[in-house]
Design a protein around this ligand. Sequence first.
Ligand SMILES: NC(=O)c1ccc[n+]([C@@H]2O[C@H](COP(=O)([O-])OP(=O)(O)OC[C@H]3O[C@@H](n4cnc5c(N)ncnc54)[C@H](OP(=O)(O)O)[C@@H]3O)[C@@H](O)[C@H]2O)c1
Length: 261
Amino acid sequence: MSQRDIRIALFGAGNVGRHLLEALRQAPNVNIVGLWNRHPGKWKAVAGDIPVVDTPEQMPAADIFILALKDDVLTDFSAHLKGRNVLTVHTSGAMASNILQTERKGVFYPLQTLTSGSAVEWESIPLLVWAPDAHDLQLLQDLAGRISKNVHVIDDRQRAQLHVAAVFTANFTNAMMQMAKEITGKAHIPYELLIPLARRNFYNILSHDPAEVLTGPARRGDNKTIEKHLLLLQENGFADEAEIYRRITEWIVKRYNKPGK
Ligand SMILES: NC(=O)c1ccc[n+]([C@@H]2O[C@H](COP(=O)([O-])OP(=O)(O)OC[C@H]3O[C@@H](n4cnc5c(N)ncnc54)[C@H](OP(=O)(O)O)[C@@H]3O)[C@@H](O)[C@H]2O)c1
């Protein structure tokens, strides 16, 4: 049986919007009917023959409106699309579907860090879809399946929790590496010395249960080394980093070094 066409309109030319445009262009039987962005010039270079509209109200009819917009503006922005009877979805991991003011609503969340200029392998990216209406959910699954082989139905509550876990996985590990970079920078040591360690660590974490491959002074309970590290951080002006070190060390000790273990 031949696939029916799905008509999509995309709002937002940020990191997600621009990557999604490419994914949608390559997806079979997906017709991109229009693009909108607050600053429409951002679309002009990449839109090709897809119309760029000046106001959300001018967007042509579609099966799905995708709002790849900043979390904080989604509710107010969706008011522009009320009364259109189009399934309207946002791409946020943290926001519930019901923050949208449209009659039909849902979520189309790519669980990946998307930045401009970096290649995206859509086929393997988890696409988490949700809509309270069963037909709308089916439509989102259909669209997602044309982009990725890794499609999951995850409701608002579960997605919010997954998003917290994603922050630990991606954003906090990034911040940790930035702290490591600043600590080595201040000591005039090449940050690159840490890269083989980072690679091996991620490889270990991803190929085992993280608990099985944790090493280091906190895991061993080497208190003299911990005190020395805290002193070094304080002496070198890393008071915030010392506090983070202390809190994570406490977490590790509490989690693994229980009395009698
Ligand atoms: N980046 C990621 O890794 C990632 C991954 C998964 C999900 N998400 C979610 O995807 C959504 C978009 O994220 P992003 O990373 O693409 O953000 P982004 O690159 O910062 O782009 C934000 C978009 O929101 C628009 N915007 C900002 N303020 C606005 C306003 N007051 N009125 C109308 N439009 C406004 C921007 O328009 P201008 O271009 O005119 O400023 C831009 O199109 C968010 O819900 C985010 O949680 C992001």
